[in-house]
Design a protein. Sequence first.
Length: 367
Amino acid sequence: MLLNKIPLSLYIHLPWCETQCPYCDFSNTTDSVNGNDAKLAEAIIKDINQSNDLIADRKFKTIYFGGGTPSLASTESIKHILDSIKDRFVSEEAEITFEMNPSNVSEDKIDKLLIAGINRISLGIQSYNNQELQALGRNHDRESAIHATQALKGINSTIDLIYGIEKQTPESFTESLHKIIQSDINHLSLYQLTIEPNTIFYKKELKLPNEEEIEIIEFIAKNLLEKNGFRQYEVSSWSKPGYESQHNMNYWQFGDFLGVGPGSHSKISNKAEIIRFRKIKPLEGYIQNQRSTDLKIISDNDLDMDLAMNLLRIKNGLQQEDITIKLPASFLKKYQKGIDAGLLLKNRIGATQKGYRFLNETIQLFF
């Protein structure tokens, strides 16, 4: 395995949240920052430097600050992290994304982030409807969502929107979508609400839109976005030409990623195998010792499943040379069964229109 041929991304996890969203199962804390962002920044820098052997001194193709709510950390801490690793970027134009919540967006904060080196903002709007925002337990309202969107004018940015929310209607969803279309936003991540174990919603009885209503919402999204210059390039991702998420594309093309920060996940290739692991979750524990846990070597059968769950997400498929590793014979054998069933493409690695419509069933071929 030629490691220098496998792109490497860096994911930086900043765990603070003002409130616990009832649908979220990410690693986070609602404790106040209280200056711990400076301590965490030092721990993250140390963690990256300690990973040189693990990543074979490769440079980072993309960087992503996720959370939690990274915008709760000081811009000084963000700049300190980026300054310490600026000689480790593949190029000066490397995509560096930073997640923000509408409740803490300001023109001043955005300006400072851009000066620090951030060149892409991910804004967690979720909805422009007050009733839906309340149903999601969000701590911002319609007005702050609109203000935050306007503050991103002229900046490379993406918005997260959720559908399938309790009390949501096709009309209210359409209104939210129009807000994005009328803005300067060039990328949209569109997620159907899923109820995960270990979340507040999992313990509640929710009256969510039925399957027919979901299909109507998805039909509206497809029509409106395509008419306004957006192209779906992945299950949940829509962009204008040239604004696809390079960080996420590296995940889906099976590139490597190093996760730093409490609870962050990694997938790293070495000469003999591919491994997954995560960092310990408690913030104080990670600051003291950036220990990894849950180390797993990806077996042959697991590799087939991992490849399918990532590669087949990409709409219209990939050429084999665009995939970061040589596809195993076992994967290709299962893939041929999908071709025979009309679910997978012949000349590219990807799902047919039918296979994409029934993607979960298509991926099951590799289990």
